[in-house]
Design a protein around this ligand. Structure first.
Ligand SMILES: Nc1ncnc2c1ncn2[C@@H]1O[C@H](COP(=O)(O)OP(=O)(O)O)[C@@H](O)[C@H]1O
Ligand SMILES: [Mg+2]
Length: 233
């Protein structure tokens, strides 16, 4: 019998099909990610990498099959409860989506307040902790446009860490960065993975990074997820 509720797996998908509108993007997805594991999702543009990640943070419904993420049953979760799922995850996209009208500190405070944390001491402690983790402690007063692309992505990662997630979903987090900056961001993600035991599932088509930092590869191709189950490290 297939176990669906192994607590050591932070992601469990069983026979899942995923649709964008009425179009089936992926079928028969079977995927597990362990706590603290790092895995890449690779595949051509349009293959379904983002679709897979979206389903995991509840932005696409699970119509057939079963999916559990961080203890949440995605099939049963109600729209009104999606925020509790998202509070348990760290989400990082390719395009830095910081609010451009306010400072880094205000960006981070906004997220905490939106998730119900209103105690001032708690807010400043959490913000200071995440800025330290991404080595940006002296940049809190800057506006987003005063930061480089790599610095903005560090802040986006800091924001993803605010709620101390056990899983980070990253959709092409280095897609808009030059090679050196991509390398820095990658090192930061690996550091977080190793030091905080945060599982990371990262979609990318940057094969240089994959070669330099080899982890398990999950390939999306031909409407299917092919788990190469390759552990290099
Ligand atoms: N909002 C959408 N509405 C309709 N089709 C979509 C939407 N988003 C993505 N698709 C389609 O789903 C497929 C997978 O897209 P996506 O998951 O974005 O691929 P990837 O991230 O690998 O580039 C593509 O054929 C794409 O055109
Ligand atoms: Mg994509």
């Amino acid at each position: 019998m297939t176990q669906i509720s192994n607590p050591e797996d932070i992601i469990q998908m069983k026979d899942v099909s995923l649709y964008q509108n009425d179009f089936q993007v992926l079928r028969d997805v079977n995927l597990k990610l362990k706590e603290g594991e790092f895995a890449y999702i690779i595949g051509k543009t349009g293959s379904g990498k983002s679709t897979l990640l979206k389903s995991l943070y509840g932005a696409l419904p699970i119509i057939s099959g079963d999916a559990h993420v961080a203890g949440f049953d995605l099939k049963k979760i109600k729209t009104s409860n999606l925020y509790t799922l998202r509070r348990s995850l760290g989400i990082v996209f390719q395009d830095f989506q910081l609010l451009t009208d306010r400072s880094v500190l205000k960006n981070l405070e906004f997220v905490l307040r939106a998730t119900g944390i209103t105690n001032k001491a708690d807010i400043s402690m959490r913000i200071s902790n995440v800025l330290t983790m991404v080595n940006m402690n002296d940049k809190g007063y800057k506006m987003p446009h005063q930061l480089s692309g790599g610095e903005q992505q560090r802040i986006v990662i800091a924001r993803a860490l605010l709620n101390r997630p056990k899983l980070i979903l990253a959709d092409e987090p280095t897609g808009n960065l030059d090679p050196d900056t991509s390398d820095e961001i990658m090192k930061l993600l690996i550091h977080i993975n190793k030091n905080h035991n945060t599982a990371i599932l990262m979609a990318t088509h940057n094969y240089q990074l994959i070669e330099r930092y080899p982890f398990r590869l999950i390939k999306v191709s031909g409407g299917k997820v092919i788990d190469e189950d390759t552990y290099f490290s």
